[in-house]
Design a protein around this ligand. Structure first.
Ligand code: F6R
Length: 609
């Protein structure tokens, strides 16, 4: 969703702002703009469309400015247009502000400000901000912003500049991420770490209710106008990890990074002799664990699909009931959770508004909350009781790939850790399981070597239709859901996933000659049942692409194309099975000429409910 960059220092601000905005492109946006202070005048350039359009509009201008703010907008209030693009200004054009989030009481504030003579030019909620700051401004931007935010309801990360205080940025945050970057005599604001990596790895994550003021001389963070001290974090990601590294798209790079990313998730967490799993970040001791009566997993989208796999694994091994809920539904069904619930929240970004709200609700009801996330210092990571980081490196493509497989790895690690703690497995069985798990990354490399070309051909030849179906049973069904989401979000092919046995209860009516059906067949105990379902589909002349282990003889006999996976324990098959599905979606999207990394209408970090 929207992205913010701010710079103050001694270098030209515009190239830094534009480069930062480009790094944030992956979050999803429809317009872009910037404001700088030059010759003590606030100068604004903004436009609907891509950053390249903004870049052309800026040209060689504004090269003297050393202080400014930039923004990419993902429309919520008001359609994408030049006028609705940020930055927005006060009546006199002396204060400019950018904003991520939603000001829920903007209509009320607009009425109040209009009565005082303020004039508005956009349809946005954001525009009330500079007018409100103008209303409170008495030669002190910090004081005016600090006062203005007291009137706001909703969520915001916002940064202001004012021509009367030309070398200063003032920002405030509530429920929407904002990070301060610390350089040498230069300081930055950004919505996420990737925008800062070219300049600094030293960051401070702002918390709700804080206001920060940056000048070339230094930074200060305040709460209720009182200066506070905060810890500086040094991030391990480097600038290269946020670049394409020779791949045509970030998504392809990230698919191929999965073996490496999984090794990062496993690193230091598996005993050398594979006898056990170490998770020092999990704080419940054995006695506390024995009091847990159920596990509730909450997440959105792809992370929710990871949660479904977690349910199968945990219920099978731990014999504990596990519920999985979509975060946007969770809060509103008066959930049955209490201090006997272990709550897992899964979020790549660690900022998803619904998941964060679910986490807060669970804490309020006394559950112990463990977050599985990829982003250090993200809001979810800071609010959960415990955090299991996935360490997958930055994920830039909107479609999640390596974040998903590393979430699965974290869930398996947790399952095996709990199995040991709760005495649910014999030591030799656990060791054998961990041994199988440890070999998963190299098996993904085998899939690239043996199947990528075949998958590309299948995608180009067989995914031309406007519909596709994914079927499977048990864990295969959960992987089917993820495969179909990947396909629809980047190729815009209408795709649906079904539990294989469920198809004949309605959806079989849609199976006609040639329609592609992906049939997942990795769960050996259910293979005969799945094959029966495949035959029902084949009898309607669909084109069936089967996924099964090397050496399985029955599946190739009933499908049109077979993608073979390296053999593994069925429990871990989802990590292997999803890889060809990610590649299928990728190559289908490329063949259809889609914008793979930034699919239409979607945003990487969904910070509004
Ligand atoms: C799809 C995708 C989304 C996210 C969802 C949750 O490829 O990436 O469905 O999984 O928006 O995001 P996080 O994991 O950041 O909470």
């Amino acid at each position: 969703m929207c992205g913010i960059v701010g710079y103050v220092g001694n270098r030209a601000a515009v190239p830094i702002l534009l480069q930062g905005l480009k790094t944030l492109e992956y979050r999803g946006y429809d317009s872009a703009g910037l404001a700088v202070i030059e010759d003590e005048v606030v100068k604004i350039i903004r436009s609907q469309g891509k950053i390249a359009v903004l870049e052309d509009l800026v040209g060689e201008r504004l090269s003297e400015a050393t202080c400014g703010i930039g923004h990419t907008r993902w429309a919520t209030h008001g359609r994408p247009s030049d006028l609705n693009s940020h930055p927005h200004t006060d009546c006199r054009g002396e204060i400019a502000m950018v904003h991520n989030g939603i000001i829920e009481n903007y209509l009320e504030l607009k009425e109040f400000l209009s009565d005082k003579g303020h004039e508005f030019t956009s349809e946005t909620d954001t525009e009330v901000l500079p007018h409100l700051v103008e209303h409170y401004y008495q030669d002190n931007l910090l004081a005016a912003v600090s006062r203005a935010i007291k009137d706001l309801r909703g969520s915001y990360a916002t940064v202001a500049v004012c021509n009367k205080e030309p070398n200063k940025l003032v920002a405030a945050r509530k429920d929407t991420p904002l990070i301060i970057g610390i350089g040498d005599d230069e300081y930055f604001f950004a919505s996420d770490i990737t925008a800062l990596l070219e300049h600094t790895r030293k960051i401070i994550v702002m918390d709700d209710g804080e206001v920060a003021c940056l000048t070339p001389e230094g930074y200060q963070i305040y709460r209720d106008m009182q200066p506070i001290k905060k810890e500086i974090t040094t991030v391990t990601w480097d600038a290269e990890s946020a670049k394409k590294g020779g791949y045509k798209h970030f998504m392809l790079k990230e698919i191929h990074e999965q073996p490496w990313a999984l090794q990062q998730t496993l690193k230091g967490r598996i005993a050398d002799d594979r006898s056990g799993v170490r998770l020092p970040e999990f704080s419940l001791d054995k006695i506390q664990l024995q009091r847990i009566e159920k596990v509730t997993i909450v997440a959105c989208g792809t992370s929710y699909h990871a949660g479904l796999i977690g349910k199968y694994a945990m219920e099978k091994i731990l014999r504990l009931p596990v519920e999985v809920d979509i975060a946007s539904e969770f809060r509103y069904r008066d959930p049955l959770i209490d201090k006997k619930t272990l709550m897992l929240v899964i979020s790549q970004s660690g900022e998803t508004a619904d998941t964060l709200a679910a986490l807060r609700e669970a804490k309020r009801r006394g559950a112990h909350v463990v977050a599985i996330t990829n982003v250090l210092g993200s809001t979810i990571s800071r609010e959960a009781h415990d955090v299991i980081y996935t360490w997958a490196g930055p994920e830039i493509a909107v479609a999640s790939t390596k974040a998903y497989t590393t979430q699965l790895a974290a869930l398996y690690l947790l399952t095996m850790y709990l199995a040991e703690k709760l005495g649910r497995m014999k030591a030799n069985e656990l060791q054998a399981l961990i041994e199988d798990f440890y070999r998963i990354p190299e098996k993904i490399d085998e899939i690239f070597a043996s199947c990528e070309e075949q998958i590309k051909n299948i995608a180009e030849k067989n995914l031309k239709s406007d519909d596709a179906f994914f079927v499977g049973r048990s864990m295969d069904y959960a992987v089917a859901l993820e495969g179909s989401l990947k396909l629809k979000e980047i190729s815009y092919i209408h795709a649906e996933a079904y539990a294989a046995g469920e198809l004949k209860h309605g959806t079989l009516a849609l199976i006609v000659e040639g329609v592609p059906v992906l049939a997942l067949c990795t769960q050996r105990a259910l293979i005969e049942k799945t094959i029966s379902n495949i035959k029902e589909i084949k009898a309607r002349d669909a084109h069936i692409i089967g996924l099964c282990y090397e050496g399985m003889k029955e599946v190739p006999q009933v499908v049109d194309d077979t993608i073979f996976l390296p053999d593994t324990n069925d429990l871990f098959a989802p990590i292997l099975a999803v890889t060809p599905l990610q590649l299928l979606a990728y190559y289908a999207a490329c063949a259809r000429g889609c914008d793979v990394d930034q699919p239409r209408n979607l945003a990487k970090s969904v910070t509004v409910e």
